[in-house]
Design a protein around this ligand. Structure first.
Ligand code: AMP
Ligand code: MG
Length: 356
């Protein structure tokens, strides 16, 4: 399959943007697949109400069939058609955080095919805020099923070039435009129960959610990796975002962390292995490895989130065999956005942590 790459930038007139997205919308309506930017990461879109489109999404990504897709909508009025009820808490959360990086799990309406929900009777819905994403969804008929636009297991793409790397030849169109300012996937909240439950942490934090609905719960597997429970979001049980090299998170007093990482990288490099580091601004000059990525200040979770997946992809391109990352858990113990950053970093590392 030939993949059409369509760039949308500052030089496009509103008419030209409209025309390009109308073409993309027609592809979706005809059962094809289009990758598009959102404020979180790039999505791989298909018609959410067409079982054949969902099947194609799983095939293009190599995604396990039990890992359901998120339906993206652009208008609140469209929600009714795909869910069987809208709980009061969901209305409050939608009012506070939609459009934005929040996904909610509802009981599904019959019109939503099981191919889209991975066989579940519930359905995940999000309303993105990215203006191109919203116009694209409307042009596509209002219901776009979209997981992240990466091959299954790889880091979610925050730049169009990584979508091209993974999806060229596998889908009909890639929209290359600015986006992914947040850099991590949406917060997922199950609103089907009495108390809303967070299934995946993200930019919308527990504190923000509780500020709107009062009490909220969090899936235990998010903060306790030794829990025997299965994650409630099926996708959370898979290893994710894994770079080709071995990634280890190093936790402890800053000077000890630096010493340990420098010792390890010296050993690997003496064996002729390329080694990389994800470090914070505060410690950057103290590292000796050949490749050191600047994750920004320890106190700035937004900056770390924005760059994390790009770093993981760059390490692959740079053929790095061993990667060491500072732990962000202490700096982020306030359970804010840092919790989501640490959640993704732990998954990428397969939970390998060294405490020094
Ligand atoms: P992605 O779009 O690649 O970020 O993946 C979507 C995430 O949403 C995966 O972790 C899914 O398991 C989760 N998800 C989608 N639908 C549901 C649902 N009905 N119930 C629980 N989790 C869901
Ligand atoms: Mg994904």
């Amino acid at each position: 399959m030939k993949t059409k790459i369509v760039t949308i930038g500052a030089s496009d007139s509103p008419e030209s943007v409209e025309e390009k997205l109308a073409c993309a919308g027609i592809i979706i309506r005809q059962g094809g697949l289009v990758a598009f930017p959102t404020e979180t990461v790039y999505g791989l879109g298909g018609d959410a109400l067409n079982p054949e489109s969902s099947r194609k999404i799983y095939a293009a990504k190599g995604r396990p069939g039990d890992n359901p897709l998120i339906i993206h909508i652009a208008d609140m009025a469209h929600l009714d058609r795909i869910v069987s009820e809208i709980p009061g808490n969901a209305r409050k959360l939608a009012e506070a955080f939609w459009p934005g990086p929040l996904t909610m799990i509802f009981r599904k309406a019959a019109i939503v095919p099981y191919q889209t929900t991975g066989g579940l009777d519930t359905v995940a819905v999000r309303m993105p805020v990215h203006p191109l994403a919203r116009l694209f969804i409307r042009k596509a008929g209002g219901y776009v099923a979209a997981p992240s636009a990466n091959l299954s297991g790889k880091p979610s793409p925050t730049l169009a070039k990584y979508v091209v790397q993974d999806m060229d030849g596998r889908i009909d169109m890639i929209i290359d435009a600015d986006g992914a300012e947040i850099g991590l996937e949406s917060t997922i909240v199950d609103v089907t129960g009495e108390v809303p439950m967070i299934l995946r942490p993200g930019y919308i934090t527990q504190q923000m959610l509780s500020g709107v609905v009062g009490e909220t719960d969090m899936d235990v597997t998010i903060y306790d990796s030794s829990s025997p429970q299965t994650p409630r979001a099926p996708g959370m049980k898979y290893r994710h975002y894994a770079p080709k090299g071995e990634l280890v998170i190093v936790e402890g007093e800053p000077q000890k962390v630096v010493r340990y990482i420098n010792e390890q990288t010296a050993l690997h490099e003496a064996e002729g292995k390329r080694t990389g580091i994800i470090g914070t601004q505060e410690l950057l000059l103290e590292y000796h490895a050949s490749i050191v990525k600047n994750a920004g200040s320890r106190s700035d979770a937004d900056a770390v989130a924005r760059q994390l997946y790009t770093f993981l992809r760059e390490f692959d391109d740079e053929d790095v065999a061993y990667i060491y990352a500072e732990s962000f858990s202490e700096a982020f113990e306030d359970k804010g956005f840092g919790q989501a950053v640490m959640n993704r970093l732990l998954k990428a590392a397969g939970h390998k942590i060294v405490r020094v």
